[in-house]
Design a protein. Structure first.
Length: 183
């Protein structure tokens, strides 16, 4: 009897390894965009959660008539919301929190600009909001590990919080207008 199989040839080990290598290469090439999309979704969720916290705090200040302070630890990405008082001083040891400590875990703050200028060197940012809105205009640039940028802006004297992929310039403060002076 012969060792040959009639009408059918077997795959060699080299052919099987070549097929498996090609399949692994295709899967590897297809997974890069998928992983990038997943990371982008996590980043957007991180930015959205931070913006929702800012919006909820501003809405709470308007509804209750009480001031609040959001303490952002810029280097670590932690942020906590504390009720304010008349002096706008918060004491984390003695204060109850409105929103417990959260973290920016998929992004980090790379730039902070207020209507007083660049504040990027701060290690702790105090965002203050009262019944009439934010105490100052603040724009924060957030970046993810893939160098995507998003900008969150809180506008002075309004409870508005905007999220954008484009940098938003802070306008110059408007002059006070005396309504008694004739035009």
């Amino acid at each position: 009897m012969s060792n040959r199989r009639h009408g059918r040839e077997a795959y060699t080990l080299i052919e099987a390894m070549a097929v498996l290598t090609l399949m692994a290469l295709v899967v590897g090439l297809l997974s890069v965009p998928v992983i990038s999309r997943i990371r982008q979704a996590h980043f957007l969720d991180d930015v959205d959660r931070f913006a929702r916290t800012l919006r909820r705090t501003a809405e709470q200040a308007v509804l209750t008539g009480q001031p609040y302070t959001i303490v952002v630890e810029v280097e670590d990405g932690y942020y906590t919301v504390y009720p304010g008082n008349d002096e706008d001083i918060y004491d984390p040891e003695e204060s109850e929190t409105l929103i417990d400590e959260q973290i920016l875990d998929k992004s980090y703050i790379v730039e902070i600009e207020t209507d007083e200028g660049d504040q990027s060197s701060l290690s702790e940012l105090l965002l203050k909001v009262g019944p009439s809105g934010w105490r100052s205009t603040v724009t924060m640039a957030l970046k993810d590990l893939d160098d995507r940028d998003y900008y969150i802006r809180c506008d002075r004297e309004t409870p508005r919080v905007t999220v954008s992929m484009e940098r938003q310039e802070i306008p110059e403060p408007m002059m006070d207008v005396d309504m008694t002076t004739p035009l």
